[in-house]
Design a protein around this ligand. Structure first.
Ligand code: SF4
Length: 417
């Protein structure tokens, strides 16, 4: 949208905090007044938390005009890092004290990250082929919640997101979709790009990223030093900044995402959190990322034999692709995750610290139910071979290369005969 263009005109020079806030005010004044209703997409991460608390403060102090209605949509993926989930719940209380409507947006049970992997057997997402998670646990539920809200309102809605690109926003004049650029939050770019085009929202929803030009040090400064002060709103944001390394936040530039995100090359955010003595008891969470990696290995997965596909005359780019996770591997992973959760919560109880809620009792029951019912993703029925079983190689063009050791066996038989 052209909404952002004036901001870019400020040039690529390093912007100071107050100037950053001033540009934010200008963008909200310019585009907010055209919309009676505002929504704020809030993930609980640093960028969207800074956006949310700053906007409420600007409204409370009369720096920007309040819209007719304001709805905060908190995207609860059930995968949030505990310090962030904890901060989010305090900020939600603070919003409700101000009479602000907060809608908690969660994916339906069978689409949740853990249930989808362990119950349905879909392999954990990776960077190459299966990047299903952002849409499924963040975008689709947000779309559904917005659609429901739009049905209650007349007129258009301005959806405010925490998309932030720092100086590159000024340089590039475009919004990246990528998950971890400049330490941005996973999903935020998608909210900005995908939501306005979504069926059911099209034409009635505009998006604005009023912190697009903020550098990460400004975000930290706001969360840690400004927002917690009474004159800026008395928000519980300091723990978000601390979770991302406090004073070192700028250098660490940690990406905000799910606990044990299989797509991140390192557990940077979690590592930072674990260096804070208060959160050190969460160390067993480090075992999650290797578990996702392990579940992608062939011994835990089925594979299409390829021959059947050939017989049916169908064409596939990879006729022998690896597929879903075996039932027994899913149970193994469930037990390991529950053990991690139990270990942390035992320590939490001893220390009087917050407990983790990775897999709740309803989710555990649903996962077990789906495994017991032998549930497989679409296109799989469970009688495909395990991916470690040697098979004749079937190529996309239909040619077959028989297994080498078949030939060796035949030769061997001949020699003995
Ligand atoms: S943070 Fe990682 S696991 Fe979570 S939605 Fe984004 S890419 Fe997927």
């Amino acid at each position: 949208m052209t909404a952002q263009i004036d901001i870019f005109a400020a040039g690529a020079q390093r912007l100071q905090m107050t100037e950053s806030i001033e540009l934010t005010i200008q963008s909200l004044q310019a585009y907010g007044s055209d919309h009676d209703h505002w929504g704020i997409a809030w993930s609980g991460g640093k960028d969207s938390s800074a956006t949310l608390t700053l906007i409420i403060w600007l409204i409370d102090t009369g720096r920007i005009k309040a819209p007719k209605t304001l709805t905060v949509f908190y995207a609860d993926t059930r995968q949030e890092l505990l310090p962030l989930a904890n901060a989010a719940s305090q900020i939600m209380d603070e919003l409700q004290e101000r009479g602000i409507h907060v809608e908690v947006v969660t994916a339906p049970m069978d689409k949740r990250f853990m249930v989808y992997i362990l119950g349905r057997g879909v392999p954990p997402p990776n960077n190459n082929t299966l990047r299903w998670c952002t849409r499924q646990i963040k975008i689709d539920p947000m779309e559904a919640a917005l659609e429901a809200r739009l049905a209650e309102l007349d007129g258009n809605v301005l959806m405010i997101t925490g998309v932030r690109q720092g100086e590159s926003a000024i340089r590039d004049k475009r919004i990246e979709m990528s998950c971890g650029k400049d330490g941005a939050e996973c999903g935020q770019g998608w909210y900005q790009k995908v939501l306005p085009e979504a069926k059911g929202l099209k034409g009635r929803l505009s998006t604005l990223a009023p912190l697009l030009h903020w550098r990460v040090c400004h975000v930290w400064e706001w969360l840690k030093h400004w927002a917690p002060q009474a004159e800026f709103g008395d928000w519980s944001t300091a723990m978000i900044a601390d979770a991302y390394g406090g004073d070192e936040a700028e250098e660490i530039n940690a990406r905000t995402g799910c606990t044990g995100c299989p797509l991140a090359s390192e557990d940077m955010a979690l590592d930072t959190i674990l260096r804070v003595p208060y959160w050190a008891y969460l160390a067993p969470l480090k075992r999650i990322k290797p578990l996702w990696r392990e579940l992608r290995e062939p011994q835990h997965r089925l594979r299409k034999a390829g021959i059947e596909l050939l017989k049916s005359g169908k064409v596939a780019a990879n006729p022998q692709r690896m597929g879903p996770i075996l039932l027994e591997s899913r149970l193994m992973a469930l037990e390991r995750l529950l053990a991690i959760q139990a270990e942390i919560n035992e320590a939490a109880q001893c220390l009087g610290r917050p407990m983790v809620d990775m897999i709740n009792s309803e989710e555990e029951a649903r996962i077990r139910e789906l495994i017991a019912a032998e549930t497989w993703p679409n296109g799989w029925d469970g009688d495909e071979p395990v991916a470690t079983v040697p098979l004749d190689k079937v190529f996309a063009d239909g040619t077959v290369q028989p297994l080498l050791f078949h030939e060796v066996l035949l030769e061997g038989d001949g020699a003995c005969g």
